[in-house]
Design a protein. Sequence first.
Lengths: 115, 776
Amino acid sequence: MNVVLAVVIGGLYATGLYMMMRRSIVKLIIGLALLSHAANLLIFTAGGLTRARPPLIPEGANVPPAPFADPLPQALILTAIVISFGVLAFALVLIHRAYGTVGTDDLDEMKATDT
Amino acid sequence: MNIAIAVMSGFAMASAAPLLHRFLRRFARGGTVAGWLVALLPLALTAYFASYTSAIARGETFVVSYTWASGLGVNLSFYVDGLSLLFALLISGIGALIVIYAGSYLAGHEHLGRFYTYLLMFMASMLGLALAGNIITLYVFWELTSISSYLLIGFEHKKETARRAALQALLVTGAGGLALLGGLVLLGQAAGSFELPALLASGDAIRSHALYVPILLLVLLGAFTKSAQFPFHFWLPGAMEAPTPVSAYLHSATMVKAGVFLLARFFPVLGGTNEWLYIVTTVGAVTMLVGGILALYQTDLKLVLAYSTVSALGTLVALLGLGTTQAITAAIVFLLAHALYKGALFMITGAVDHETGTRDVERLGGLRRAMPITAGVAVLAAVSLAGFGPVLSFIGKELLLEAVLQVEAFRALLVAVAVLSGALFVAVASIVSIRPFFGAHVATPKEAHEAPRSLWMGPALLALLGVVIGIAPGTVGSGIVAPSVASVLGRIEPVKLGLWHGFNPALALSVVSVVIGFVIYRGWVALRTHTTSLTEKIFVWGPARWYGVILDGVFALAQRQTRLLQNGYLRVYVLIVIASTIGLVGYTFVVGGGLNANFVWTELRFYEAGIAIIILLAAIAAVRSRSRLGAVASLGVVGFGVALIFILYGAPDLALTQFLIETLTVILLVLVFYHLPRFAIFSSKRARVRDLAIALSAGALMTMLVLVANSVRFAPPISDYFAERSLPDAHGRNIVNVILVDFRGLDTLGEITVLAVAAFGVYALLKLRPQKKEGK
């Protein structure tokens, strides 16, 4: 499965980066979202994969029964998901505003508007 | 009181001086009082350093050390021996006179308080440099002198020439400073210590070290730029843009001697080899001649003196290069004598400028009637400059000639250089003393009258000292010169100074140089008017020109590079970042052995493969979609697919969050995209193919990285710790939750803050109603 996931991560990076290099500002947002999925999956696999064993401590035990999924990457990704949503929401509204003010969605034209 | 406090007191006074000045300025004559009060510190420091003389003369040394960065071997250390004491006395003693002089010279100047700050900052830095006991400490103070010199040269900051000269001095000495830093670090590595006493004791080891030549060259670069040696001499005449007290203090008596100090300081460590002998002596001798000759082509008194300072610095460097006992003694005596008379002459020039409104020799003459005291002091100091008469510099000159006569290789050449530069000194002395003060009266821009006491007192004191020490050199010889010579040579040598050395070849050469000097002076005007155009043609290609060419080149390069990289196109930035990452990571990847990981082929289940294919297809659909809604929907599919992977691999919390956030994102995108323009294709086909190639290689690289990363573990994971402590320490059974709210609770606080800021931003942007710009 690791190899398959590795390919998925690579594919998400490729599509995300390709979209970030577009001139259309709307596509930039899509690229950003794809990139954050890719990064989350990267962290997830980097911790090692364990099937269907969430890091929970059952009643009556002091430690989770081995093997269990690595909890640390999960905590990091949880933070990352929420943050990337914040970034996405802010970027969206910013672009919306910029489009309304500047009247173009072509990044090449936007570069000459801060006069 | 200890040495560290003595050095740091200068910085403290530097910050207090402007307040003092501002407070006292309100009273009548308050400005003058402030100058005297500020001068109390350097006076006290002079007395303090003087109290060390007897102990130092007995051969003792003092070390004060504070730990600074002990892991790096860097300490704030101070070290007092003969050489550092000589410099400390010169710096604080002349500093006191300069502060008093400046209070009068710049009286009424709106930034006089600031001037005191710079001046005292410089004094403290210079003291720190002279007394440093750790070569990194030394370097820090070395750079501080460059910076305070920059501030002082550019003191009249509204003048473009002053700003340019300040920058030039800073860049030239700063470049040398960088070289010096490299040299000092190598030196510390070679010796195994940055502490000066340890270094001074390991000279033989360093001279035979493999890195000796690089160390020597780097240290010499630092010394030569600071002490204005050819071909770096051009910044010193430029620095004459500074107010005259600065020229007298920094650019004749103290700072420019820092390079000489460095050579003397490191003589026991680096000196005595053939490399040292040939490089240092040659550079010094060339500078001696070039400085002396260029001095003849100036009519601005300050520039005449500046070039003769260049020549004097060359003399000192050449003597240190020779490195014999005789030469070192000559260097120390000449250094002391030069500081006294050159400081005095600069201050006299300032007094003349102050009282007549000009310092152009052509427009001055017969001032002795209007300014008798100034004229007297000028003649006294000029006798010292000429080095002929009952003065200290005469002793220095005799020692110099004796040292040169003892040289084995190239003796005739060196003797000729010494005699000629001696003659040029005599000519310069005549130019600055006879021409302005004697002969027919010449009308000046301001009606000339005698300078106030505070303007002639300092130079008079210095010039008199030169005579007194010359007539009775015993105390100074045994108390200051001998210990300094001992600390340069690394062994105690008897030093006996006296005016009369008997009828010997040195005296004969001295007489010859005086005669030549007077001949040059008699023909000076004719020489200057007839050959100026010739020298100008030569010096168009001098080092100052190269400085300009290099500086322009750097600016042009920076401009082109900025236009190339900072072009304002976001996609180009992204492209450059991605391409460089691929290049650098890919390079490491290939060098590090490439893809030789053991693939972890955990059995693949069909539904997992299905999810993977769905994610990839959805991602491609998001890229290819022509409609905004289609792209958003595909993006949602990707997000839900990722959530499914989370579920399958034991991360229910992640999956839950991902489902919620993904839903929210899709809703948000749909809402906002409705107001945004349709997807447009702006790029050319070529650009798209190029971007696709780059994006695909970045993706492939990431895939390979994931595969390699999975088979490598550098350290045991810390997750076991979390699993073990979760229940006993945090009383939670869901370890992910415990990590978020307990073990890494601060991270979560940061996350919440980021979200809150983003929410405020969104709210503010939505409320923003930008007004249309008014027409021009």
